[in-house]
Design a binder for this molecule. Structure first.
Ligand code: HXC
Length: 258
């Protein structure tokens, strides 16, 4: 579908995007982020896709932004062409659920991209970190904001200030990842979870995602109000009627995504 920096495929109603720059442990250069953004937008537009899985290789989800590319940049360069808003945050425009399936390194920008996904399933060899401080910079794609929300201030400070790497067990204990699976089961587990989600009503899944995300962006009172209005709005959909009717009639629902 796209150049080989990302490999895309569709299984059932699940769109799978694999980062594919193995020679550099999927270091995220501009071309790779452009390809990722284009793949995400294409899957967002495809009515036959209800959930997206983003993954890397067994060795690296992504070892961060491309340090060799950044090494040459001046302050003027990075402010003039703010790559982060241009192609890193495309993920945030995707309304469909996105699962990160992480094996190996998810460092720096790699960890940040994983955290922009809706949840993270980790292989037992996954390693997370924000080691930017070791190369004289700080997280630049939301890591200093999303990590503390995911794992508490103390652990986020520890990670961001020491640059140390945490393994999958620590990441699950801290709440950064939703589940850990053996490496050889990662793709199956992510596909299975995505297939479950893609089997739900798409407009309702989108509403659920929006509601949970609101928890990070507003006060409790505002968030609860947003949830209530969204809950009310589900009653305007065919799928809400079908879901409840199917339950009452003791049969499986047939969602039409309307
Ligand atoms: C460019 C990278 C890279 C990166 C790895 N490579 N990470 N190239 N940018 N982030 C390249 C290496 O240079 C090497 O290329 C090849 O990938 C294999 O990596 P090795 O280091 O030989 O592998 P290994 O010894 O197994 O060590 C793995 C590693 C290490 C621990 C992940 O590569 C590493 O520390 N990488 C950098 C991690 C990091 O600091 N990430 C944060 C970046 S800053 P050659 O050509 O030598 O074979 C960031 C800011 C985001 O992400 C801000 C938002 C825009």
């Amino acid at each position: 579908m796209h150049d080989s920096l990302v490999i895309t495929r569709i299984e059932g109603r699940v769109g799978i995007i694999q980062l594919n720059r193995p020679s550099h442990l999927n270091a995220l250069n501009d071309a790779l982020m452009d390809a990722l953004g284009a793949a995400l937008i294409e899957m967002e537009k495809n009515d036959d896709i209800g959930c997206i899985v983003l993954t890397g290789s067994s060795k690296a989800f992504a070892a961060g932004a491309d340090i060799s590319a950044m090494q040459k940049l001046s302050y003027h360069d990075v402010t003039k062409d703010d790559l982060i808003s241009r192609n890193w945050e495309t993920m945030l425009q995707v309304r469909k659920p996105v699962i990160a399936a992480v094996a190996g390194y998810a460092l720096g920008g790699g960890c940040e991209v994983a955290m922009m996904c809706d949840f993270i399933i980790a292989a037992d060899n996954a390693k997370f970190g924000q080691p930017e401080i070791k190369i004289g910079t700080i997280p630049g794609a939301g890591g200093s904001q999303r990590l503390p929300r995911a794992v508490s201030k103390s652990k986020a400070m520890d990670m961001v200030l020491t640059g140390r790497i945490m393994d999958a067990v620590e990441a699950e204990r801290a709440g950064l990842v939703s589940r850990i699976v053996p490496l050889d089961k990662l793709n199956d587990e992510a596909l299975e979870a995505a297939t479950v989600i893609a089997g739900m009503s798409l407009p309702i899944a989108i509403a659920a995602k929006e509601a949970v995300n609101r928890a990070y962006e507003t006060t409790l009172r505002e968030g609860v109000l947003f949830e209530r209005r969204t809950f009310h709005a589900t009653f305007a959909t065919q799928d809400r009627k079908e879901g409840m009717t199917a339950f009452v009639e003791k049969r499986e629902p047939h969602f039409t995504h309307q």
